[in-house]
Design a protein around this ligand. Structure first.
Ligand SMILES: *[C@@H]1O[C@H](CO)[C@@H](O)[C@H](O)[C@H]1NC(C)=O
Length: 180
């Protein structure tokens, strides 16, 4: 076999690709181990009757959400809201917003709406939940409601990029449909 300039070049590319995948697999494995260890520690706290279960449940929900285990994440967020008390380290709004977020992703849109509305009832200018609620209305094709909500976000924060981008897109589509 003659190793010319070209074969070195291909070898080089191959090694780069290999290194890329090794790093990717390594970081996935590392992330997985970190998550499992975190879950193990949180479960230990629960077992040892740690006082603040609300917060532990919430953190477990966040880890499972990160692992894309939506069902488990939902269970823990609901447990968290059921054991909520003042100074839990997490606000009821954050918990409700997380519950709504999971419901949105499992396409339980009515429940998602219910929970985002709970957040907005607690704090009317909580733009994270308003944006999320708007997204749900987009998904169920209630474009008018979605537009109103994005405009509401902009009335609180006229720089919010999420609302600006979505609103522009919806208005552009609306105009397009009018022309058609
Ligand atoms: C806009 O609102 C979202 C919440 O929906 C928030 O995550 C984001 O940081 C805000 N962006 C800006 C630019 O304020």
């Amino acid at each position: 076999m003659i190793l010319n300039y070209n074969s070195f070049f291909y070898l080089f590319i191959l090694i780069i690709i290999l290194i890329f995948f090794i790093i990717k697999i390594y970081s996935q494995v590392f992330k997985f181990i970190k998550q499992e260890f975190y879950i193990y520690r949180l479960n230990n706290l629960l077992r040892n009757n740690y006082k603040n279960n609300c917060y532990i449940y919430f953190l477990l929900g966040v880890v499972y959400l990160d692992k894309a285990c939506l069902k488990q994440a939902l269970d823990f967020f609901i447990k968290s809201s059921n054991s909520y008390k003042d100074n839990a380290g997490v606000s009821l709004i954050q918990i409700y917003n997380s519950i709504g977020y999971v419901y949105m992703h499992i396409e339980e849109y009515n429940l998602a709406i219910k929970f985002f509305e709970k957040c907005i009832a607690i704090q009317p200018n909580y733009i994270i939940s308003i944006n999320n609620l708007a997204k749900v209305y987009e998904k169920i094709n209630n474009i008018k409601k979605a537009i109103d909500l994005y405009q509401l976000v902009l009335s609180y924060d006229n720089q919010n990029k999420t609302a600006i981008d979505r609103l522009n897109k919806l208005l552009a589509n609306k105009n397009l449909n009018r022309i058609k």
